[in-house]
Design a protein around this ligand. Structure first.
Ligand SMILES: [Cu+2]
Length: 729
């Protein structure tokens, strides 16, 4: 219960500020009014009796006689597999809309991702009837990824704002607005582009990939606006995919795409201007003008209509062509359009991206060989995509027990079936907008006879030493296994020998909430080679995943470190929302400036700081994973006049991650801040370009907790750091 005193539903500030008493409604008169802020009716029915009962039980241990009446059978998401002989993954991910059933809630009209392999099912798929993540993408290291992203959302079904600010300086114009009983409520002090806005526009981020952030790669600065009726791009895009090389410049793309796109962007400008006039508003800034400016400067246009051919390679280190390889493991993809990332996650626009190794001693080969599973995982693998659904940035769906409803592959509390003693590989993806998943695995081990071995964190395999010592499950890393939004964990799981129904809970909540059940039933299974590979049998680290050396005198330090996650003491007087910043400013607040610039192949240690008293903001950076070198967790001394740091300082086998929650800071009675700190070590080989780092509590990202990052050729550092920067107008 103590947790409630210090961290009240902190993952989405909109929910935290309004714990259940006020109901805000959207003005129906204008499409600019987008979000209802506040809880759903009846959403906070906390059962006091149940809470009291569960608190009596020892920490996190739930009774083994769990009830899973009415629980659906667990099912992996649908899947798009690569074509291994062609070393490519061919897929269409379409953003569309549908009225879908949300478990325990009813139906809601949501945007969603559907997807298919056009070489296999050219007619696509029909969504529904229930919510679900996008299809799992399954590829191999070395593959070419050819994902046609189509935005076919009918935006007339959604409250919707422009993608650009007004040039006339209207405060809040360009932001979605909400009123409460006729009084303005949101955006209040939030200003474009750091406000909720433009949510029918999207793109794809391939979280965990080591690839180009520019062009057709993991480009989150491109914005694809919706278009229901589209030209047929099939032959144009196939020309791009089959050209034998990945286009590096806008001018490398077929004439057909470039000409049609700019024509349509111009038409879109006219429509938006007419809509604005109809609503008595000034016209938004021209997207075509912004595109033309970018193209003239040799860059990529930021705004495109309806369709985008994501096309990139998953670098194979053994090819000798790369300074680092794509780590095989559990990665994921999601929409990453500033101002809408949180709402897009709440609409379920995310999916798993599983990348398998190809070497005989690789991650997947070692696991499958040990268990004699053959060349694919088949039923032994469970892909667990955790999401929370809502049609508004109203925070988390509130479940029957008063907490948010964290779904598994779109299902509420499904049941995974295991035979007694059976081993499975669980791939867990936290695809919520920013809620933590702290599974009760220790309790399941000690009280119920389960056995777990974590094999990877954030899609990067553990080193043999970490595989042996299990730093997360054994609590060596502060906080133990605590998956923030964006984190992944791969686990080998052995079922107990005693049949029964067991409960995997999220101990983030108090009382802990059921996420899924494990029904152990049938005849006993004995894995022929033992429950788990021994440490000496575990996959060795490929060279590019071995410990990075400490930066030396010839390595240029990062002037942008420490990266300080901050919150003004002053909250918004109208809606109580905190003002969130990194290093004293919000995203692009002071104009087009690259906040973090690094030389290609540079090696740097960065200090990440949490200057707030909560929550533990999760730092995420695109393109390259990093190693955790140190975590410093402050706590106030008894008299509160000073604080002491608990330091986690491993001497080797630094864990690779791409999301790390920075511990919260503490403040003494005289006002001295002791920030929480993390030291990360990273190298930037292979790819130059412009991308972002941000808080993976995505409402924080949307509202400004993000920085622009650029890697430039080493011989052009730092002179190429600024200039030609994508902007939001
Ligand atoms: Cu944050």
């Amino acid at each position: 219960m103590k947790r409630l005193d210090v961290r009240v539903r902190n993952s989405n500030d909109l929910a935290a500020v309004h714990p259940g008493t006020q109901l805000f409604t959207v003005d129906a008169s204008s499409r600019l009014n987008s979000y209802r802020i506040g809880p759903k009716a009846g959403g906070f029915a906390v059962s006091i009796a149940l809470a009291t009962l569960l608190v009596m039980l020892p920490g996190g241990i739930l009774p083994a006689r769990a009830q899973n009446l009415g629980s659906p059978a667990f099912a992996n998401p649908s899947e798009i597999d690569d074509h291994p002989s062609e070393k490519r993954l061919v897929g269409v991910i379409e953003m569309t809309d549908a009225t879908l059933q949300v478990p325990n809630t009813g139906t809601e009209t949501l945007r969603l991702f559907v997807g298919w392999d056009p070489t296999k099912s050219p007619n696509g798929l029909t969504p529904g009837p229930g919510v679900a993540p996008g299809p799992t993408l399954r590829a191999h290291v070395g593959d070419l990824i050819e994902i046609t992203f189509l935005n076919k959302v009918d935006d007339s079904k959604f409250p919707y704002t422009f993608d650009t600010n007004s040039p006339l300086g209207f405060s809040g114009f360009g932001c979605d607005s909400v009123s409460n009983g006729g009084q303005p409520y949101y955006p209040s002090q939030d200003k474009f582009p750091n406000c909720f806005h433009g949510s029918s526009t999207a793109n794809l981020h391939f979280h965990g990939t080591h690839t180009s952030p520019d062009g057709l790669g993991d480009n989150v600065l491109v914005q694809i606006v919706p278009q229901v009726n589209q030209p047929n791009w099939t032959s144009t895009f196939n020309k791009i995919y089959s050209s034998g090389k990945i286009p590096q410049h806008w001018s490398d793309l077929p004439d057909d795409y470039r000409k049609k796109q700019l024509l349509m962007v111009g038409e879109y400008d006219k429509t938006q201007a007419a809509n604005a006039k109809k609503n008595g508003l000034p016209a938004p800034a021209s997207l075509l003008a912004a595109d033309k400016e970018a193209i003239a400067a040799g860059g990529w246009p930021q705004y495109l209509i309806g369709a985008f051919p994501n096309f990139f390679e998953l670098p194979d280190y053994s090819s000798g062509s790369y300074g680092a390889g794509q780590a095989p493991g559990t990665h994921w993809y999601h929409a990453h359009k500033h101002g809408s990332t949180s709402l897009h996650m709440l609409n379920g626009m995310s999916g798993a991206f599983i990348i398998e190794s190809t070497d005989t001693g690789g991650y997947d080969q070692v696991i499958r060989k040990f268990y004699s599973w053959g060349d694919s995982y088949g039923p032994h693998e469970k892909v667990i995509v955790l999401q929370e659904y809502d049609s508004v940035v109203n925070a988390e769906r509130v479940g029957p027990n008063g907490n948010e409803q964290m779904l598994v592959n779109g299902q509420a509390t499904p049941t995974i079936t295991m035979a007694p003693g059976e081993v499975q590989l669980w791939r867990i993806v936290n695809a919520t907008a920013g809620d933590n998943f702290i599974p009760n695995l220790q309790a399941l081990q000690s009280a119920n006879g389960f056995a777990f071995r974590q094999t990877a964190q954030d899609g990067v395999q553990f080193s043999p030493n970490n595989y042996g010592s299990q730093p997360y499950l054994n609590g060596v890393v502060p906080g133990g296994m605590n998956l923030s939004g964006g984190n992944r964990a791969d686990l080998l799981v052995q079922a107990p020998t005693k049949p029964g129904v067991y409960t995997v809970t999220n101990t983030e909540n108090s009382p802990a909430t059921t996420i899924f059940f494990v029904s152990v039933t049938g005849s006993q299974v004995t894995p022929p080679n033992g429950a788990f590979p021994g440490q000496s049998q575990w996959a060795t680290m490929p060279k590019y995943l071995q410990d990075l050396p400490a930066p030396g005198p010839n390595d240029i330090p990062n002037p942008g470190s420490p990266v300080r996650f901050q919150q003004w003491a002053k909250t918004d007087p109208v809606n109580g929302l905190p003002h969130l910043m990194i290093n004293n400013k919000q995203f692009e607040e002071t104009g087009p400036i690259i906040d973090q610039c690094m030389p290609s192949n540079g090696l740097q240690d960065w200090v990440l700081e949490n200057d707030t008293s909560g929550p533990a903001h999760p730092f995420h950076i695109h393109v390259n994973p990093f190693q955790i070198v140190e975590i410093d967790t402050p706590s106030l001394n008894a008299d509160k006049t000073a604080a002491t740091y608990n330091k986690y300082t491993p001497s080797s086998d630094y864990i690779w991650q791409d999301v790390i929650a920075i511990p919260v800071g503490v403040t003494t009675t005289d006002g001295t801040l002791y920030p929480g700190k993390v030291v990360i070590r990273q190298r930037y080989p292979d790819f130059t370009g412009t991308f972002v780092l941000h808080c993976h509590i995505l409402p924080h990202e949307d509202r400004g907790m993000m920085q622009l990052v650029r890697i430039v050729p080493a011989n052009m550092y730092p002179k190429a750091c600024q200039g030609n920067i994508p902007q939001h107008h």
